[in-house]
Structure formats: C-alpha cells, structure tokens
Design a protein around this ligand. Sequence first.
Ligand code: IMP
Length: 194
Amino acid sequence: MKLVFATHNKNKWREVQSMLPEGIKIITLEDIGCLAEIPETASTIEGNALQKAKYIKEKYGYDTFADDTGLEVKALGNAPGVYSARYAGEAKDNEANIDLLLANMQGKEDREAQFKTIFALCLGEKSYSFEGIIRGQITHHRQGTEGFGYDPVFLPEKEERTFAQMSAQEKNQISHRAIALRKLVDFLNSEVEK
Ligand code: IMP
C-alpha cells in the first residue's frame, strides 16, 4: 500500500515513517510535486486534518493521510485549539505563543489542558479519522529544552516532567500524536490484510 502523508514537516514525516509497518510506504509531497502550502482554514482540528487529506486526494488522486494538532486549555475555553500554531500571530512563533499562553493563564488556578491530534485518511472513496488525546496541566513557567511548540509548559498527567524534559523517544511513547498514529496504523494493517 502506498499513501501520501500530507505534511512538509520532515520531523513528523520521519516519526511517522518509523512507526509504520513494512507493507505501507509513504510518499512525500515533494515526490508528487506538491510544493505549495496546503490550505488549513477549517474551524476545528478534525476539519483541518480532513481538509488537508482531501485536498491532496482530490488534486493529485493519491490515497492520503494528514494530521492536525491543537492544545486545548480548559480555563481559556479550549483555546488556543485549532489556532495553536498562530496563537500569538501569523509568524507562528513558538516562544511568543508560550509567552501569550502563560500571560493568559496568570492567576488561573485550573491549569488543566490537553493535546489533541487527529489523523484523517482518504482511502479510495472513503474518509476516516483517528483521535489521540493526552491530558495534563499548564505549568507556571518553562521547564526543559527538548521537543517543540508548547512542550516546555505541558506537564502530562501522571508524569513529573514536562514534554520538553523528556527525550523524543519517551515523548513518542505517550504523546497525543503517537496515540492517534497507532489507531491509524492498526486500521491500515487490517486493510492490508484484507
Ligand atoms: P500541527 O497541527 O502539528 O502543525 O500543530 C499546530 C501547533 O500545535 C504547532 O505549531 C505547535 O505549536 C503545537 N504542537 C503540535 N504538536 C505539538 C507537540 O507535540 N508538542 C507541543 N506543541 C505541539
């Protein structure tokens, strides 16, 4: 089985490729000649993932999967959510995003939050989605230097270290993306066996 993974992010691509079984090969956007940004204009994480997968399927004809992730903070009405990448503006600046998040969380006792990833898959005529959630807390200040995005201020449930204090391997065992990806892989394995 050959599938396009609709991302320009090389780190994500490597992470996903390393988790896929041998029978499933992923093709890059570069391989199919898609160098442009893929539109992400939906108002939900699910909508964005599906929009990206559908865009490639419709434009290039390949079976495709795509992911979208957001950080949902309870005390902020689930913001930044689908707007996580551009929370502090179009520059998509991780440090500015964290600064704004910590400022908006000042004085809030309820620090509950969750990361949510959706993998959407367009296979043949059908589309599917797979969800991964990890709950945790927003810390009061940055801790750790590993990872990316909001990792330095996200303390996963039952853990004593933020994502940014874990190695990539440790994070990838428990992360929202890993949970959603395992569901996608289980589904693809069952399709390959059919
Ligand atoms: P994307 O949908 O994977 O591009 O993620 C949207 C935004 O969520 C990114 O710009 C990051 O700021 C944040 N994000 C996604 N995944 C993670 C993660 O695993 N840790 C921390 N932040 C993340």
